[in-house]
Write a protein that binds this ligand. Structure first.
Ligand code: AIR
Length: 176
């Protein structure tokens, strides 16, 4: 028989794979997936299902509009949006929905993400985007922050986050 810990793990993974998605992870290009994958991975680790889509505010504006305007009704509670270059994805997403939007600037351009950082973080007053760090660390933290938002009303996500922090602390050696 599987141990209690192993069963818990299976349950969390099953939930992450099978349940209706609560977090949307959008990215401007399939080439952004490597940078954005940590968001999906950490959410799965916490038992939160995500819906991962390639949607560009510039190249696929109709797909973007249709997805974002239907998201809240579909049960999405937080949107993570990652893009590089002239990164308008998070800002335009935030303009189209009342859901909280977390932006991840991606280092895919010759300016190594500084352009995307400024485009994502420098929103005009009135339409907020919670902007994370450039690249993979930002994507991971966007996943963790999305979970923290869900955790306010969901005790199981809150305890998954607490366990994540405990594992993280235990993995840091006391000496080099
Ligand atoms: N991008 C795509 N549409 C709008 C923007 N800002 C971004 C993508 C990607 C970069 O352009 O988010 O980081 C380069 O995309 P590609 O497809 O040329 O690799």
């Amino acid at each position: 028989m599987a141990s209690r810990a192993a069963r818990k793990k299976t349950t969390a993974k099953g939930r992450a794979a099978g349940a209706a998605p609560r977090v949307a992870i959008l990215m401007g290009s399939a080439s952004d997936w490597e940078a954005m994958k940590p968001a999906a991975d950490v959410l799965a680790e916490l038992g939160v299902t995500s819906d991962v889509r390639v949607i560009s505010a510039h190249r696929t504006p109709a797909r973007h509009h249709a997805y974002v305007t239907a998201a809240e009704q579909r049960g999405i509670e937080v949107i993570i949006a990652g893009a590089g270059g002239a990164a308008h994805l998070a800002g335009v997403t935030a303009a189209l929905t009342l859901l909280p939007v977390l932006g991840v600037p991606i280092d895919s351009s010759p300016l190594q993400g500084l352009d995307a950082l400024l485009a994502t973080v420098q929103m005009p007053g009135g339409i907020p985007v919670g902007t994370l760090a450039i690249g993979k660390a930002g994507a991971k933290n966007a996943g963790l922050l999305a979970a923290a938002i869900l955790a306010r009303k969901d005790a199981s996500v809150r305890s998954a986050l607490a366990r994540f922090r405990e594992r993280q602390a235990a993995a840091v050696p006391e000496r080099p």
